[in-house]
Design a protein around this ligand. Structure first.
Ligand code: G3H
Ligand code: 13P
Ligand code: ZN
Length: 442
């Protein structure tokens, strides 16, 4: 209830600021807190590679053995709802919080700072909570891949405006491209400046070590993808991740079957991964969930990644999806959350636009029709993964600028329109396909 009111206050603040073309007061507070953080030199970040615990957070009012004033715990900048602080640095040279607060005389400012502090205690929403609400509300969570600032801004702005809860996914490739610390700081900024529930998820974690790294960094969920392994090995690897994740208040998505797409379908007989070839077999799904204890399952029903998903009349095996859902229900696993990977629709107009402005996509681009996503959503795909469509939207917008104005060399003039195009695409998905719009504050 309290959080509801706080959310509403912040939402109005953001709205008023947007109408007046100003920075929101919450944003000012955030800026203030960031400069205060810099002053206090406590924005220290754990190296993603070195996971040894940093000194415990300092508590206001207590004195340490070295006589230092301890840090106010409210500003412990954890993004994990486990309340396990992630920023744990303390600098001997920083001024006390009192000194910092003396600079703040305006009551409104202090009040909003408090709101922001409260929010800092619970910056991310747990994937578990988002799933529970999505299952109850019969909508699907958009899980959008983040690789840079503009993609993140586009996703968050669309979801904020449409009041949709959202899952931000980070792949191994995204971490390699952007650096985990940059991604985390960008997401922290997005969380500070928005009011919607946001979860952070590792997409296609391929090793226990990578999953552990993300769990330790505070991700609210991770995917362990050992689907290329035979069934028993997949169970073994997944179970190891689940055991670690559950001890650290994180949930796990796993995958059974093989996301090779319909074009490589070997039918009911082939493949070592499932008795249904590359596809997920309903009874195996039950056994897999029971043996691993994973919290959600990515299914292989003819779906695949990228812009060339189907040939001719191929399509998703939605009947199989219904059977998987039913088998899990019949086995007493309840309304078990399923995940649809490769859910981009690869809109024809985007592919055409890319080619019109100099691109060379094949004529055989094909995605999952939105009508099929709709059925998947109703059947119980609670999380729907979209990356390729964002890439296409961004590429189309950038190509257009360069085609129409080859002299342009200000990145803001082409990445800016790309951000806008991605935002409109995300808006369309959450409003018209996933139906998560309007559910942020359920
Ligand atoms: O599943 C694949 C996602 O689109 C992430 O792709 O590994 O190139 O970041 P990526
Ligand atoms: P698309 O390639 O269809 O966008 O799928 C993305 C995905 O599944 C990320 O895990
Ligand atoms: Zn995927």
């Amino acid at each position: 209830m309290v959080l509801h009111v706080l959310h509403e206050l912040m939402r109005r603040d953001l709205q008023t600021a947007a109408q007046n073309h100003e920075q929101p007061a919450v944003g000012k507070v955030w800026e203030y807190e960031q400069s205060s953080l810099q002053m206090n030199n406590i924005s220290k970040w754990r190296s993603p590679r070195s996971l040894e615990p940093l000194p415990l957070p300092l508590v206001e009012g207590e004195s340490s053995s070295d006589g230092l004033q301890r840090r106010c715990p409210l500003r412990v900048n954890s993004w994990n709802s486990s309340k396990r602080p992630l920023h744990r640095g303390a600098s001997p040279s920083r001024p006390s919080r009192e000194t910092t607060c003396q600079n703040v005389s305006n009551f409104y400012f202090v009040f909003l700072k408090r709101l922001s502090m409260l929010r800092a205690l619970m910056p991310l929403t747990h994937t578990r909570e988002l799933f529970a609400k999505a299952l109850k509300g019969k909508y699907a969570l958009g899980a959008f891949n983040v690789n840079n600032m503009e993609l993140l801004q586009a996703i968050i702005e669309a979801c904020e405006e449409e009041k949709a809860p959202v899952m931000l996914q980070i792949s191994k490739g995204a971490r390699q491209y952007a650096n985990p610390v940059y991604l985390k700081k960008l997401i922290e900024a997005a969380v500070s400046l928005s009011t919607i529930p946001i979860a952070v998820h590792l997409d296609h974690g391929d090793t226990f070590e990578l999953c552990k790294e993300c769990i330790d960094e505070g991700f609210t969920s991770v995917m362990i993808d050992a689907s290329h392994e035979p069934f028993e090995k997949n169970v073994e690897i997944t179970k190891k991740v689940v055991d670690y994740a559950h001890k650290h208040n994180c949930v796990v998505e796993s995958e059974l079957g093989h996301l090779v797409g319909a074009q490589f379908d070997e039918g009911e007989e082939g493949g070592a991964h499932s008795t249904s070839g590359h596809y997920t077999e309903p009874n195996e799904a039950v056994q897999f969930v029971q043996e691993t204890g994973c919290d959600s399952l990515a299914v292989a029903i003819g779906n695949s990644h990228g812009a060339y998903k189907f040939k001719g009349t191929q399509h998703l095996d939605l009947e199989r999806l219904k059977l998987i859902k039913k088998a899990l229900m019949d086995a007493g696993l309840g309304d078990y959350p399923l995940v649809l990977h490769g859910a981009s629709s690869v809109p024809k107009d985007l592919a055409e636009e890319i080619n019109k402005y100099g691109g060379k996509l094949g004529t055989d681009t094909a995605g999952v029709p939105e009508a099929d996503i709709e059925v998947a959503r109703r059947t119980g795909c609670t999380k729907v993964n979209i990356d390729t469509d964002l890439r296409l939207a961004m590429t189309a917008a950038i190509r257009k600028v360069f085609f129409e104005n080859p002299k342009e060399f200000d990145p803001r003039k082409y990445v800016g329109p790309a951000r806008l195009k991605v935002k409109e695409l995300v808006r369309h998905k959450i409003k018209n396909v996933l139906c998560s719009a309007g559910h942020a504050f359920d």
